[in-house]
Design a protein around this ligand. Sequence first.
Ligand SMILES: CC(C)(COP(=O)(O)OP(=O)(O)OC[C@H]1O[C@@H](n2cnc3c(N)ncnc32)[C@H](O)[C@@H]1OP(=O)(O)O)[C@@H](O)C(=O)NCCC(=O)NCCS
Length: 176
Amino acid sequence: MAIRPYKDKHPQFGQRCYIDESAVIVGDIQTGDDVSIWPLVAARGDVNHMRIGERTNVQDGTVLHVTRKSAQHPKGYPLIIGDDVTIGHKCMLHGCTLGSRILVGMGAIIMDGAVVEDDVFIGAGCLVPPGKTLKSGYLYVGSPAKQARPINEGERAFLKQSAENYVQLKEDYLAD
Ligand SMILES: CC(C)(COP(=O)(O)OP(=O)(O)OC[C@H]1O[C@@H](n2cnc3c(N)ncnc32)[C@H](O)[C@@H]1OP(=O)(O)O)[C@@H](O)C(=O)NCCC(=O)NCCS
């Protein structure tokens, strides 16, 4: 079973979501409507919770996980992802908080306590260290992530368009 509970916590999906049959989705995970989760994604909401907003897509081979509560970090680090977020192929999102209309480039790594504000472009292969905040309206690249430049109007529009493209694509898959 690729979608399964951890203890009494079952994954819960919104309306019209597409979950590829090879994805593994475990535990305390809730998504909004029109979310798509593509082949070989591993999402494990066991030691903390995970929330994924509407129309967000999680592309092939991405790993999503969370960090448990501790004396030092009483809330631990849940994973919170907003609306219209594109998460590219083979990313690693761990215990971080993302706003809405964000593109996470292929192979990016975002670590515990990092915060990505709305309308941010993250370049392929970027590493966002623990606790770092990426400011709204900028492109970040590199390891560790550095602010490269403000995003332009075309890129700002693309953030929403990319999510919409994936909403259309998952409709094709749901129709098959
Ligand atoms: C960063 C990115 C947005 C390009 O931004 P750009 O401003 O158009 O950058 P350019 O292509 O003009 O390159 C500018 C410089 O950044 C470098 N660069 C490009 N992409 C980079 C990246 N991901 N990380 C680090 N450096 C990068 C280029 O080599 C170039 O360096 P130089 O000036 O020393 O030659 C793009 O390369 C990228 O990473 N997009 C993410 C795509 C993706 O993963 N989509 C999700 C899958 S669906």
